[in-house]
Design a protein around this ligand. Structure first.
Ligand SMILES: Nc1ncnc2c1ncn2[C@@H]1O[C@H](COP(=O)(O)OP(=O)(O)OP(=O)(O)O)[C@@H](O)[C@H]1O
Length: 233
């Protein structure tokens, strides 16, 4: 088994608006080891979300390849890729993205249902692990922002994916809830050996990982080696 659970090679992604094309990812190479906790920073509009979407299989690059846990993500057909993502990749959004008509428990049951298995016990265990067993029957609208994000964390981890992506997971939370959610995320990832890639604007937060990467002008630089150029794959 390769040491690297995420391997990206020569990623290119641009957006076309009218006649104009902007290249957001300009030949990005990235290699992330199993269990590493990476914080991804960079100015607004630099392409952090685009990179995360691309790594997670949500946005196909125009060029380049991504291997997650040894599988070439974009070589899979749509159905296989969706099943692969459901089993291997957890994703947490800034605005939680819970299904509003489902209870907390039902939201955490969704990945199991997509995978075609009954995950009731695992879902309740995951909710318990994020401290929300007593809110299992609440709808998202009946939960605070911090609680909703904890439900989203339970949902992202219920299938025990080797890789977890989080896009500004504390961006909508006050400082106390931000700390709680980030402690939980880092703690759960460490417990299960999950590889974590977190996008953040918060420079203080970004010191809590194993590495801090900065995306700027379409390329990635490791913060500790900013003067020495791009990180080799
Ligand atoms: N669907 C789209 N169509 C056109 N342009 C887009 C699209 N999505 C993103 N962009 C552009 O691509 C660039 C990168 O966007 P992205 O959201 O990845 O940046 P970001 O670093 O996550 O920004 P922020 O920190 O503000 O959330 C921006 O200039 C944005 O306007």
């Amino acid at each position: 088994m390769s040491d690297f659970v995420i391997q990206a090679t020569n990623l290119h992604r641009s957006y076309r608006i009218g006649k104009k094309s902007i290249e957001v990812l300009h030949g990005i190479d990235l290699a992330i080891k199993r269990g590493e906790r990476i914080f991804l920073c960079g100015p607004s509009g630099a392409g952090k979300s685009t990179l995360l979407y691309t790594l997670a299989g949500l946005e196909r690059p125009e060029q380049g390849s991504i291997h997650i846990d040894g599988t070439d993500l974009y070589s899979l057909g749509p159905k296989k890729q969706a099943a692969f993502r459901n089993a291997k990749i957890g994703y947490i959004f800034q605005n939680y993205m819970l299904l509003p008509e489902l209870t907390a428990l039902e939201n955490v049951l969704v990945p199991g249902a997509i995978g075609g298995h009954d995950a009731s016990e695992a879902a309740l265990a995951a909710l318990t692990r994020v401290g929300l067993a007593d809110r299992a029957e609440h709808l998202p609208a009946e939960l605070s922002g911090g609680e909703q994000q904890r439900v989203a964390i339970a949902r992202a981890l219920v299938n025990h994916p080797p890789v977890l992506f989080a896009d500004e997971p504390t961006g909508n939370l006050d400082s106390r809830n931000s700390k709680e959610v980030m402690d939980l995320l880092l703690g759960l990832a460490a417990e299960s050996g999950t590889t974590l890639v977190v996008v953040t604007h918060d420079e203080n937060l970004a010191t809590r990982g194993d590495r801090r990467l900065v995306i700027k002008d379409g390329t990635i630089t490791e913060a500790s080696s900013l003067e020495t150029g791009p990180v080799p794959a």
